[in-house]
Ligand binder design. Structure first.
Ligand code: MEV
Length: 311
């Protein structure tokens, strides 16, 4: 049996603008994982995927060309040089909520691609996994920047610009983020599509907002390098303003953000596609418990803490 896993992710700064060539900063959330387990099946059984969390059974031979899981698997088989359908039983599980901005789709594809390459005796290098997951992500949400597959495949914090290899960035002092789930599913494809329509209607306005976000992301890189928590928090807050201005926030997210700030978080913003999904809040040892309590009281379905540090 081959078992492979992949982490979830958060975008710290720069979501949406990253689709338009601006930089963004993202980090893996290693305690949230998707898992793929492959066992050999008797000859003639073909390749069958069981997506346990959604109760879906996918037969590779009959799955539609654009079925996301079948597509990721076909890409991995092609990469491994396997032309004939193998007799594999593949079980997929995940503890990452679907459509929550935490990269659930990219994580399940990454776990699957990793397991398939490994089971086929091939190396599952981060750049290979990232490239194959990106191709399957294009079906999930049309015009992905590539940040989700990158941060998940490399499983380390990244400075990301579309079309370029990911860079590392310095972390002067580790810092902790509370990640709170609004419980509202919001497919990234929809918010990315809405932003695209807004940009088409008023390109000058959107381009100028994306450039302001780029300045925020550059400032955040410096603040993170210097361990300047006050500046990191402020930049999260002004990044959130820009996300509100392009229409990807929502009253439910803003309620969580206000609760976190009111309980002592130095900054808070949505993370990922927006509308629903997760918010992140910058906390420290003193504020973490109060912020977590306030987020739950404001309706968060779950709160986890993650620390960003050098790795
Ligand atoms: C999704 O995690 C981040 C977005 O910027 C989309 C993308 O970059 O592909 C909203």
């Amino acid at each position: 049996m081959t078992t492979s896993t992949a982490s979830g992710k958060i975008i710290l700064f720069g979501e949406h603008a990253v689709v338009y060539g601006r930089p963004a900063i993202a980090a893996p959330v290693s305690q949230l994982r998707a898992t793929a387990a492959i066992t050999d099946a008797p000859a003639g059984s073909g390749c069958v995927l069981f997506a346990q969390d959604i109760g879906e059974e996918v037969h590779l031979s009959t799955a539609a060309a654009d079925h996301p899981l079948a597509l990721a698997l076909r890409l991995a088989l092609e990469e491994a040089g396997i032309e004939k359908e193998p007799n594999w039983r593949i079980v997929l599980t995940s503890d990452i909520s679907i459509a929550s901005g935490l990269g659930s789709g990219a994580a399940i594809s990454a776990a699957l691609v990793r397991a398939a390459l490994t089971h086929a005796g091939q190396p599952a290098r981060p750049e290979t996994v990232s490239r194959l997951v990106f191709r399957s992500e294009e079906y999930f949400h049309g015009t992905p920047s590539g940040i989700d597959n990158t941060v998940i495949a490399y499983e380390r914090p990244v400075w990301f610009v579309k079309g370029q290899p990911p860079e590392r960035f310095g972390v002067g002092h580790p810092f902790t983020l509370a990640i709170a789930d609004s419980g509202l599913p919001s497919p990234t494809k929809e918010t990315v599509g809405d932003v695209r329509r807004g940009w088409e209607a008023d390109p000058a306005e959107y381009e100028s907002r994306f450039s302001r976000v780029a300045d925020i992301v550059h400032g955040a890189r410096r603040a993170i390098r210097d361990g300047n928590f006050v500046a990191i928090g402020q930049l999260m807050n002004i990044n959130q303003q820009q996300l509100e201005a392009i229409g990807v926030s929502s009253p439910a997210l803003e309620k969580l953000i206000a609760a976190a700030r009111g309980a002592g978080a130095r900054g808070a913003k949505l993370s990922g596609g927006g509308r629903g999904g997760n918010v992140i809040a910058l906390v420290d040892d003193k504020s973490a418990a109060a912020v977590e309590g306030a987020l739950r009281a404001a309706g968060a379905k779950g709160v986890i803490l993650t620390t960003i540090s050098h790795r």
